[in-house]
Design a protein around this ligand. Structure first.
Ligand code: HEM
Length: 428
């Protein structure tokens, strides 16, 4: 089979935002696609990327096996630009072990309590930044779910919020242009934030040890995984497991909730029904807003040569390359009408008219195939719960001047808002 360079066009003069300054990373790849067609090569920072957007190319992408073309390695290569090695090395409980059935029930109970705390903080009326509100809510729910006793309240909570805002791994793809400065500093701020997390979790661990039956299920599982270690190794190991889980979990969910609220507030008919408690509609709205807010680069790092059908021909992709596609260039354009917000296009978690697409894999909010998101049911249930509670309790008035827009340099994850999004609210 030919090498991709022998048969595919190379997009001249574009680089990816973590290598060169790019104003709008998604627009740059869109322009390359316009020029080169549905599959092409990008050379960036000395690395080769095969981008594909054809129906066959995208289906081949989702069929890649982890051993040959790895999502885990591609994610790691991206996240290590922002996070110290220590966060990844030697982890015992990983983010993909978070979704046993009982776990989800306990996370949703924690979300309910986090919403109680949010209502107390908001009071009767005021103005709040919408994405700051959803982010704080996510911290509180997540830390109550896996960081051990005392971590979702008071000073311990505030310290962890500050530390995790520094550690936000999604910066690697939301602000890829800022990664050179992170590297130049030797990740000083990130290392200090990890020490802060370790200190707070150590206090929580002491509390857990004195009352081990306190029912923090996931935290107890993490603690058990480190039971045989010396006190220092145990304490640091538990803290780093909590850190990676929290960093992985907070990156998309609460940004998606922010966009779901932005869209819902702009659609009074659906807003009225969701405010009346219609969770099923809220879940479809959340899915639809997440589809539209997707900025994900889906990437696989090639670990051994793979045969790959781009739709225009079959190539042998060499080891060391990355194969990628970009959801924002598919989700809103794979068929007519996809640029509009329309929650009724979803039947539970599937597109009602997927057969109208050249391939059902061209549109997604949570991915397809073996790597699709294990947190999808939980994330949609959590967003639906938060939406019904918040719009049920408050009349919300957007106070933003222009419609919220994504950070232009972002490539990866769910869009983060480029500008402040002030939201006025009054108890109904
Ligand atoms: C609205 C919120 C979320 C969205 C839109 C989302 C989206 C996605 C997508 C598109 C993928 C597939 C990526 C690929 O194929 O390259 C994925 C995978 C994954 N997600 Fe999510 N996600 C969300 C929330 C979460 C949460 C809360 C967690 C909790 C830790 C999570 C954990 C994971 C994991 C572990 C994978 C990798 C699965 C694997 O490789 O087998 N996600 N997610």
């Amino acid at each position: 089979m030919p090498n991709p360079l022998d048969v595919l066009p190379v997009a001249d003069g574009i680089g990816l935002p973590w290598d060169v300054a790019v104003d709008d990373a998604v627009a740059a790849i869109a322009a390359a696609r316009e020029h080169c067609g549905e599959s092409f090569v990008v050379n960036s920072g000395g690395e080769q990327y095969l981008f594909t957007f054809s129906p066959t190319g995208v289906e081949s992408f989702y069929a890649l096996v982890e051993e040959a073309a790895s999502k885990g390695v591609a994610d790691f290569l991206m996240l290590r630009r922002k996070l110290p090695e220590e966060v990844f090395a030697g982890r015992r409980l990983l983010p993909n072990s978070l979704f046993r059935r009982d776990d989800v029930t306990s996370y949703l109970a924690n979300l309910d309590r986090a919403l109680d705390a949010t209502e107390i903080e908001l009071g009767e009326s005021g103005t709040v930044d919408l994405f700051a509100l959803t982010r704080r809510l996510g911290h509180r729910m997540g830390l109550a779910s896996w960081a051990g006793p005392g971590c979702a309240d008071g000073e311990a909570f505030e310290r962890l919020v500050r530390a995790f805002d520094v550690l936000d791994g999604s910066d690697a793809f939301v602000h890829p242009d800022a990664m050179a400065a992170v590297a130049a500093s030797g990740m000083r701020a990130e290392r200090a934030a990890l020490d802060e997390v370790a200190e707070v979790i150590e206090a929580s661990l002491q509390q857990h040890d004195s009352t081990p039956e306190n029912g923090d299920q996931l935290f107890s599982r993490i603690v058990s995984a480190w039971a045989m270690e010396s006190p220092d190794v145990r304490s640091r190991g538990v803290a780093m497991d909590v850190a990676l889980i929290h960093i992985a979990s907070m990156s998309n969910l609460m940004a998606a909730l922010g966009w779901a609220l932005v869209d819902l507030i702009a659609h009074p008919d659906q807003l009225r029904l969701v405010a009346g408690g219609d969770r099923e509609l809220a879940s479809s709205c959340a899915l639809e807003s997440t589809r539209l807010a997707q900025r994900s680069i889906m990437a696989r790092a090639v670990l051994e040569p793979v045969t790959f059908d781009t739709g225009a021909g079959v190539v042998d992709v060499p080891k060391g390359w990355t194969i990628a596609t970009l959801l924002p260039l598919l989700n809103t354009s794979a068929a007519a009408g996809l640029e509009e917000w329309n929650p009724s296009r979803w039947h539970r978690h599937r597109l009602a008219d997927a057969h109208a697409l050249p391939s059902p894999m061209l549109v997604t909010a949570f991915g397809h195939g073996r790597h699709s998101c294990p947190a999808q049911p939980f994330s949609l249930a959590a967003m639906a719960m938060a939406m019904t509670r918040l719009v049920g309790r408050y009349d919300m008035r957007p106070e933003w001047t222009g419609h919220p827009r994504p950070v232009p340099a972002q490539i990866g994850g769910v869009a983060r808002a480029a500008d402040p999004c002030p939201l006025g609210y009054t108890v109904r």
